[in-house]
Design a protein around this ligand. Structure first.
Ligand SMILES: Nc1ncnc2c1ncn2[C@@H]1O[C@H](COP(=O)(O)OP(=O)(O)OP(=O)(O)O)[C@@H](O)[C@H]1O
Ligand SMILES: [Mg+2]
Length: 463
């Protein structure tokens, strides 16, 4: 904090301030009235303003208002008189940082300036923390260029100015929580809390008290009043993850909050209001749950005021190369590694894999491969799940052959991959067990474990 603007109509006071503060190392400018003060503030944006509460023409309070309009973080110390507490209080309400009374005690003034300096530093730090947190969850960190994902970005943008309830659907690992955070950190209320609640992690009663809080004595163990997540979220976002799993009775209670924004603590009488935005997520087909009578229809419609459906990774394979690049960077940062090269053949495998666990599975596979890598290249042998699929493709790229021969080799291949687990093999091949057994016999395929046993028996009888 270096630059200070003094706004006072009294020449003597201006002079003394200037001398004192300059000798303390500050860079001091002065203004004789409110108009000039506001103008100088706007031009120079000093770190701190010292402002006389009584000024001719534009009153000190009006000047304060104008300054705070220009910069709502401006630090202003008011100069007042003892008999003027009412106006002083008014000034503090308008956002003045501090006030000092005439006659001026310069030690007191310096103390106040130092305090302002510390506060400003903290403010900047907080700002930084907020920006850092929001950068972590900004739209930039959601990778995707395919139409499905572009639609998602558009919706996140659209939601930034409202507090509408949102329902996010999508298979496991498609990025539901990531999107929920992006909605929050892109919204006007990003500086308020983002509060996630996993609805499956807690038993029904506990979940209710977790959400709404409880009063002392509401149940055994409730030794003191406790705030719930709705209260903690304030004007921020309450993220209800796995909403499809909540019980019917909790569904009704939630409906009341979503409809009327009202709730009470468990065991409490007082009705409280919430201003938090509700973002719910589920990997279930809620419409189906509604049809089956497992989920309240009215709640379903209240939640999906805006609905975001995240596409499965296999429905947006074109995004996989970008995702691989992004995730490798992320993983390298976390593990202090430098695995950045992905051979074309490996990328092709990654793009063509099924990814039942979506982005999360891709991230896990890459993390494993990075951990096992020796140099800076991502190697196919470190992606074990993909290797088998690649071997499958090798079968196809060999010389041209009959369908029967192909079937023979492919069944042999799948049997080896499953360790001769026949149920799993028939599942993968999409045929029944008896059909598989018949084909094994027809093609004369042999279980290596049985072969080994046979050899062992033979050698025993020979010995
Ligand atoms: N589009 C994306 N871009 C970058 N990273 C992503 C993307 N989608 C998901 N991820 C990453 O994948 C992981 C899983 O995402 P997230 O936890 O949001 O999924 P989810 O849908 O909530 O999964 P679940 O249903 O299992 O809870 C996270 O590490 C997330 O950062
Ligand atoms: Mg999740």
């Amino acid at each position: 904090m270096k630059s200070i603007l003094v706004i006072d109509d009294n020449r003597l006071i201006r002079q003394t301030f200037k001398t004192h503060l300059t000798s303390e190392g500050f860079d001091v400018s002065v203004a004789v009235d409110g108009g000039e003060g506001v103008e100088k503030f706007q031009q120079g944006e000093p770190d701190l303003v010292i402002l006389d509460i009584h000024l001719p023409v534009m009153d000190g309070l009006d000047v304060l208002k104008r300054i705070r309009e220009i910069d709502d973080k401006a630090y202003v110390i008011m100069i007042t008189a003892f008999d003027d507490m009412k106006t002083t209080i008014q000034a503090m309400k308008l956002g003045a940082f501090d006030y000092i009374c005439k006659p001026i005690d310069y030690d007191e003034l310096l103390l106040s300036i130092r305090k302002a300096h510390r506060m400003r530093e903290m403010d900047t730090k907080l700002d930084y923390l907020v920006t850092e947190a929001s950068q972590g969850f900004s739209i930039d960190n959601i990778v995707g260029r395919t139409p499905g994902m572009r639609e998602v970005f558009k919706t996140i943008g659209m939601l930034s100015r409202s507090t509408t309830t949102v329902l996010i659907g999508g298979e496991s690992g498609t990025g539901k929580e990531l999107v929920a955070r992006a909605i929050h950190y892109n919204s006007v209320n990003r500086e308020e809390p983002f509060v996630p609640v996993n609805c499956t992690a807690l038993a029904e009663g506990l979940l209710e008290s977790e959400l709404f809080g409880h009063v002392r004595g509401a149940f055994t163990g409730a030794v003191r009043d406790s705030r719930g997540k709705f209260e903690i979220a304030q004007k921020g976002t309450l993220f209800l993850d796995e909403i499809g799993d909540i019980s019917p009775s909790l569904q009704s209670k939630l409906l009341r909050v979503v409809e009327n924004r009202e709730f009470s603590r468990v065991g409490g009488e007082r009705i409280q209001r919430t201003e938090a935005r509700i973002v719910a997520a589920t990997n279930r087909d809620l419409e189906e749950s509604v049809r089956k009578g497992l989920f309240r229809e009215d709640l379903y419609y209240r939640l999906k005021v805006v609905e975001i459906k995240l596409p499965a990774l296999r429905e947006r394979r074109e995004d996989i190369p970008d995702l691989v690049a992004y995730l490798l960077q992320k993983i390298n940062r976390q593990l202090h590694t430098n695995v950045g090269k992905v051979p074309d053949s490996v990328m092709t495998m990654l793009v063509n894999s099924t990814w039942k666990g979506n982005v999360r599975e891709l991230e896990n596979a890459l993390t494993r491969a990075v951990t096992l890598a020796h140099g800076d290249v991502l190697l196919p042998e470190h992606l074990p799940l993909l290797r088998s699929e690649a071997a499958g493709t090798d079968l196809v790229t060999e010389e041209l052959t009959t369908l029967k021969e192909m079937e023979h080799r492919y069944i042999d291949h799948v049997l080896k991959q499953t360790g001769w687990n026949k149920s799993r093999t028939s599942e993968v091949l999409g045929i029944t067990r008896p059909t598989l057994d018949k084909k094994i016999k027809d093609y004369g395929l042999l279980d290596p474990r049985k072969q080994r046993d046979m050899h062992e028996k033979e050698s025993v009888t020979r010995d």
